[in-house]
Structures are given as C-alpha cells and as structure tokens.
Design a binder for this molecule. Structure first.
Ligand SMILES: [Zn+2]
Length: 279
C-alpha cells in the first residue's frame, strides 16, 4: 500500500495585517462582555478557517475569496490581553496567524438588593437542584456545532424596552452574586417570542432560576437563551427558522414580573445581546 504525505506549509506571522493572501481586521477598543466581528478579506480560495480564542476552537466553513466575518466575544469575566489565532486552509497549504486582542474594563451598573437571610440561602435540596440545572445549562452553552445556521442579521426576539441591561453587577445583602448575563426585555405575559436566528433547540426545561427555558444552538459557537417563559412551544432536538415563535413571555422561575431574559453566548461566554439585535 502506498502512502502519500501532503506537505503542510505553515507560516506564522506575529503581527496584524496581511497573512499571505488573507487580511485580518480586528476592531480596537473591545471591552469585557462585548461581542465583536473580525473581518477577513482574501483574493484566494480558502476551504476552512480554524479559530482559537479564549481556550476554545471553532472551524468556520470559508466564504472566501471575498469578505467574511467571524463572530467572537469578550467574556464578562476577562480583561487584559488574549491571543487570537487563525489557521487558513488553502489548496496549496495552510497559513497561520496569531494576534493579541486587548479587552478593556467596562463599568457595568450595580444593583443592590436586601432580603431576609432565610430567603437568600435556599434549603439543601434546592441547592442540589440548582447545581444540577446549572451543569445542564453550562453543558448546552459550551457545545460547538460545526454547522452554521446564522447569517449576520439577527432579529430581536421581542419588541419591548430593556428593563435590566446586560452586565449589571448584582449584590444580595452586600454579597456579590452572578452578574446579569443577559438582557431583560419588558413584555406582557403571553407575548410571542421569536428566535433570534435559525438553529437547533438543544435544551428545554423548567428550572429553579430561569423558569421555563429554551436554548438554541445556531452553530459555530453561537447560542441564545430565553428564560421565564409562560409556555415553551418548541421541542428539544427540533430545528427551527429565524423568527419562528419558540414560546411566550411569562414570569416562571425567580422573576418578579413578566419579562424575557434573553442571553447570547459566543464560544460559551455571555456577551451583550444588544449590539447584535439592536437597541
Ligand atoms: Zn435577566
């Protein structure tokens, strides 16, 4: 049996600009919790693009030659310099490039709440339930599906105003709690909720904090989360299209009034949804 060995040409460039035939445009001034687009331009045919960012990796099907955008996110819990690596597969070899992306600090508003201690610490059985549910949700949000179901034009799931923005730093009886990893939209109970983009329903459930919840996987590390629904109208495993109704606004779970908690995750990191779906 004959074996053929391809020759892999690997060129590493450690400065921004042109990588052989591909130019890489990374926006400046990215702050923690923000999504951002990296624009690629190539005159040559590229078959695939492998991207490494924040300990995750994703393979994009290439739309090159031409221009292509890569969606990434700066995690809410990370500031400072992080490496961003690209590997481009051409017909005649592979090119790699590595950049440093600086993530700046952002002052998110604070919210302080005081409650009787008995309401702050739930009983052990509830804590066990919360831990189990969090594991399920984190697993769903960290899955990376290699098919892409998204374009670059996302839609806002409901039209209501923002009642609580992304990133709010919450304190309960002066103890820091998890920051707000989504945006809350006002909406009367029963308002239909549209899918931000096409995708696969990867998780539905009725959870302690989030109440009736839907998670959609749009592929290539992009996920959306919809919480506190009064009714879920999709099934786990189902493929849905952009603007399909996935459920109705409600106040299930820990919620003081009807609203939609809407979260966008990129490669497992929560980012502010508003730059993607519009103020
Ligand atoms: Zn919320």
């Amino acid at each position: 049996m004959k074996k053929f060995f391809g020759i892999l040409i690997l060129i590493c460039l450690f400065f921004p600009g042109s990588v052989g035939a591909v130019s890489v445009d990374i926006p400046q001034g990215i702050a923690q919790g923000e999504p951002f687009w990296v624009e690629l331009n190539s005159e040559k045919n590229v078959s695939s693009i492998y991207v490494k960012w924040m300990g995750k990796a994703v393979t994009y099907p290439a739309d090159l030659p031409g221009t292509q955008k890569i969606l990434l996110g700066a995690g809410l819990d990370h500031t400072g310099d992080y490496p961003l690596e690209f590997f481009f597969d051409f017909e005649d070899g592979t090119l790699s490039s590595k950049y440093t992306v600086s993530i700046g600090e952002k002052e998110y508003p604070e919210q302080r709440l005081t409650l009787p201690e008995s309401m702050v610490t739930p009983p052990q059985e509830v804590i066990d339930r919360i831990v189990r549910e969090r594991e399920k949700i984190v697993r769903a949000l960290n899955a990376i599906e290699n098919d892409r179901f998204w374009s670059e034009n996302f839609i806002r799931p409901v039209s209501g105003d923002v009642s609580s923005p992304f990133g709010v730093r919450r304190f309960l009886n002066d103890h820091p709690r998890s920051p707000h990893r989504g945006v809350d939209f006002r909406g009367p109970e029963g308002t239909p909720i549209k899918a931000m983009e096409s995708g696969k329903v990867t998780l539905t459930g009725d959870f302690y904090y989030g109440g009736k919840t839907v998670i959609l996987d749009h592929g290539l590390g992009l996920q959306t989360v919809y919480m506190h629904l009064s009714e879920i109208q999709v099934n786990q495993g189902e493929y849905i299209s952009k603007e399909d109704i996935i459920g109705l606004v409600g106040m299930t779970g820990r919620s003081t009034g009807p609203h939609l908690h809407f979260g966008v995750y990129v490669l497992g990191e929560a980012v502010d949804p508003l730059p993607l779906v519009g103020e």
